[in-house]
Design a protein around this ligand. Structure first.
Ligand code: UDP
Ligand code: LCN
Length: 819
């Protein structure tokens, strides 16, 4: 900690490292000699530490070095590129902040280097010709996006809307032409050609200010609940149209807010103003890949939380839109379209149906548009990794269908995941519409060196297409919605998913000098929730879905194996630790099973129930899933778990799943999410909504959802013994003091209500749509320049890469790597 402060004060590693090296010169000479002894290579943190250990054998001396500034620099290093006699370090002292230095191993001299210089060091190891090519392609979004204001504090990352509001406010303050842009913006607000808020007669800011004063006086004299239509005519004479509010009171508030913004703007008022303006009625949400449906799709390859998230998001957005429209005094039907691909070979799902109303909404639909190639419509499902050749045509076909269905342009386009975001970018730039993107999980950080070693992985994963597409979408988006801070800028030790796109190289393809900047105010955190009509506390007895209880009783406790479950629970008095996930390696259900198997104390305290995948490997098409199925069987055998474990096959009924979480709560059990990495983790908030104490991975989103030891517990997926003991300690403590269980259960619920609800989410998202809509208008010229750069990148890179991907002929599907 002390060294972080020292470093921050002295500002640069290049400044402080020489002295630090000098102080341990003898050891460091040996250490650097080891680094370079094996020639060119890439070192990760653990290799660096291994070399340090080998070169400073004496423990005491070693700790002395490692406790000092040098130890701090080395442990903040994410990677080092060794090109003798140099060792180039990529150091990340805190989230979002990187520094690059090269050290000469002969004399320990230190020089600061730029990010591209560091990347070239790396390329020298991987592809020397490319590294030496003076004209190697460099992608530099920073160079064209220089006028966007940037935040400077790590703690501000993800609070884009409030930063933008401050910026707009200061622009409105200073320059009369900015207030004019607000006027023009208000003048352009309409619904299907009908003016809203103000009309063209109010053509100067001062005219507008004057009539606002008169209108406020007028409306103040009316009864608070007088409907807008009673004074609509009078308002028209002033140049005002509908949209101010449904009652005199609401209209008065809106008038006052606008007057105050025009007089002396301040950020909170500005945000409030934008939350009231009737600018968003029609929303398009893209999610092309997978089987996207409302039933019988969960658990299929590529179909997991993203589908749950989008359907819940639509419900929440529609509800919020209807509320806002009512408060604006308008009679308008909002439309939300989720646009996905139509799959003729739908395998019993509704994915071959063009239009499907979304359950529990009034005006929202799933619109399915097929993938077309020169051979006609693609009939079969394709993995998300192979989807790129179809997207351009899909974007064109989908745009035509959307315009036909909506009978107007949408006001906001939101993409999901790499494929949906690319399609959203294409449509938004074509029609000039505000665009938001959501990633759920970016693939780049999931696979070590997925960029540097792209050539090895490309035939399987097509990362060249995916990362190009991701960089295009991130830059074309007006705003980026993330579920957590860590998704953007990671944690102290782990770079964020977006952060990993700042600078990277794919030797032979291009070098990204500046891909995205995590301090860009386009980043916003809006965490999802869980549907609270499905996932509600186990204590709400009158709401409990008791009709499921016989089936759940059978699912958990019957003695015989069936198609749905294997294993049994001999002692049903024990609490249950429960987990539910797709049976992917990264979900680590096998890890949890092994921790349980190994920990006698835990086994004596609780039973284990997991819902995951299938039992029969021949039923799966997915390579990773097949391996995990086999591993599960082997672990049950090895640790003789029968009698203490119940393995239940993937479940598709979320109402029954909700009741299942609650039945686990009835046993005073816990939910365990042991993933090696989890981008967000919907199951974590589902369990917490049901009042089930939750232990979740400290790698990724759950580390932010749960406050350790207060609203649940963090577990380290890479330290099974520690994690299983932490769970055992909890159950031992609960045995002695049952109130301990209630305390965590209640604190989990409190955390959810404060931070993780769809209501909070929908409100934030619609505000983003409005604020960034104005922001893009304020920065029109800058945006055009950026779009031209993106267009060139898309044309010259993406299209060629996508063209090279194989188009499957009709026939058996190929196995796909798992999500
Ligand atoms: N799910 C389900 N049945 C299963 C496994 C998972 O219904 O057999 C649901 C789970 O309740 C959650 C979603 O699928 O709503 C998984 O989302 P999460 O964010 O946990 O992980 P993802 O699959 O998106 O990586
Ligand atoms: C994808 C994931 O991997 C999960 O971590 C998220 O919870 C899910 O999407 C919904 O965003």
């Amino acid at each position: 900690m002390a060294y972080e402060q020292v470093l921050k004060r002295s500002n640069s590693i290049a400044d402080s490292m020489p002295d630090a090296l000098k102080q341990s010169r003898y050891h460091m000479k040996r250490c650097f000699a080891r680094f370079v002894a094996r020639g060119k290579r890439l070192l990760k943190l653990q290799h660096i530490m291994e070399e340090v250990e080998k070169s400073i054998e004496d423990k005491q001396n070693r700790s002395k070095v490692l406790e000092g500034l040098l130890g701090y620099i080395l442990s903040s290093t994410k990677e080092a590129a060794v090109v003798p006699p140099y060792v180039a370090f990529a150091v990340r002292p805190s989230p979002g902040f990187w520094e690059f230095v090269k050290v000469n191993s002969k004399d320990l001299s230190v020089d600061s280097i730029t990010a591209p210089e560091y990347l070239k060091f790396k390329e020298m190891i991987l592809d020397e010709n490319w590294a030496n090519d003076e004209n190697a392609l460099e992608i530099d979004f920073g160079a064209i996006d220089f006028s966007t204001p940037r935040m400077t504090l790590s703690s501000s990352i993800g609070n884009g809307v409030s930063f933008i509001s401050k910026n707009i406010t200061s622009r409105l303050h200073g320059k009369p032409e900015s207030a004019k842009s607000l006027l023009e913006y208000l003048q352009a607000i309409n619904h299907q050609g009908e003016d809203l808020m103000i009309n063209a007669t109010l053509d100067t800011v001062s005219k507008l200010q004057n009539v606002l004063v008169a209108a406020e006086v007028f409306v103040s004299a009316l009864p608070k609940d007088a409907p807008f239509r009673n004074f609509e005519q009078r308002f028209k004479e002033w140049g005002f149209e509908k949209g101010w509010g449904n009652t005199a009171e609401r209209v008065k508030e809106s008038i006052r807010i606008l007057s105050e913004v025009l007089e002396a703007p301040e950020p909170a008022k500005l945000e409030l103003l934008f939350s009231r303006l009737p600018t968003i009625f029609n929303i398009v949400i893209f999610s092309p890949h997978g089987y996207f449906g409302q039933s019988d799709v969960l658990g299929l390859p590529d179909t997991g939380g993203q589908v749950v998230y989008i359907l819940d998001q639509v419900r929440a957005l529609e509800e919020e839109l209807l509320l806002r429209i009512k408060q604006q005094g308008l009679v308008v039907k909002p439309q939300i379209l989720v646009v996905t691909r139509l799959i003729p070979d739908a395998r019993g799902t509704k994915c071959n149906q063009e239009l499907e109303p979304i359950i529990n909404t009034k005006h929202s639909h799933i619109l399915r548009v097929p993938f077309r190639t020169e051979n006609g419509v693609l009939r079969q499902w394709v993995s998300r990794f192979d989807i790129y050749p179809y997207l351009e045509r899909f974007a064109q076909d989908a745009t035509a269908k959307i315009l036909e269905h909506m009978e107007c342009k949408p006001d906001l386009i939101i993409g999901n995941y790499s494929d949906g975001n690319l399609v959203a970018s294409l449509m938004a730039s074509k029609l000039g519409i505000t665009q938001g993107t959501i990633a759920h999980a970016l693939e780049k950080t999931k696979y070590e060196d997925s960029d540097a070693k792209w050539k090895e992985l490309d035939s399987k994963y097509h990362f060249s297409c995916q990362f190009t597409s991701d960089i295009i979408s991130m830059n074309s988006a007006d705003f980026i919605i993330t579920s957590t801070y860590q998704e953007i800028a990671g944690s102290k030790d782990r770079p964020g998913q977006y952060e990993s796109h700042t600078t990277f190289t794919m030797p032979g393809l291009y070098r990204v000098v500046s891909g995205i900047n995590v301090f860009d105010p386009k980043f916003n955190i809006a965490a999802p929730g869980a549907d609270q009509s499905v996932y509600f506390p186990y204590t709400e007895r009158q709401r409990r879905l008791i009709s499921f209880h016989p089936a759940i009783e059978e699912l958990l406790y019957s003695k015989e194996d069936s198609n749905e479950h294997i294993g049994y629970l001999a002692d049903r008095k024990k609490p249950i630790i429960f987990s539910m996930a797709r049976l992917d390696t990264v979900k680590n259900i096998t890890g949890l099973t092994e921790w349980f198997g190994k920990n006698k104390r835990l086994r004596s305290l609780v039973n284990l129930v997991v819902v995951a995948g299938f039992f029969d490997p021949s039923k799966s098409k997915d390579r990773e899933e097949i391996a995990e199925i086999k591993k599960m069987h082997a672990l049950i055998e090895k640790y003789e778990l029968k009698g203490q474990i119940r393995w239940i096959a993937a479940q598709t009924d979320r109402y029954r799943n909700g009741e299942l979480y609650r039945c686990i709560s009835d046993t005073k059990g816990a939910f365990v999410q042991p993933a090696l990495y989890e981008a967000f983790g919907l199951t974590v908030i589902e369990a917490m909504n049901c009042g089930l104490p939750t232990f979740a991975t400290n790698q990724g989103g759950p580390a932010e959802i749960i406050v350790d030891e207060i609203s649940g517990f963090h577990i380290d997926p890479n330290n099974g013994d520690e994690s299983s003991n932490k769970i055992a300690d909890f159950f031992e403590k609960c045995k002695l003091d049952p109130e301990n269980w209630d305390k965590i259960s209640k604190a989990g619920l409190q955390r959810i209500y404060e931070c993780y609800t769809w209501k909070i989410y929908a409100n934030k998202l619609l505000n983003m749509g409005a604020v960034y809509g104005f922001w893009r208008q304020l920065n029109k010229d800058q945006n055009i320049a950026k779009q031209r750069y993106i267009h060139m990148f898309y044309n010259l890179q993406f299209r060629n890469l996508a063209r090279n991907l194989p188009i499957p002929s009709e026939g058996p599907e190929q196995p796909t790597p798992a999500a």
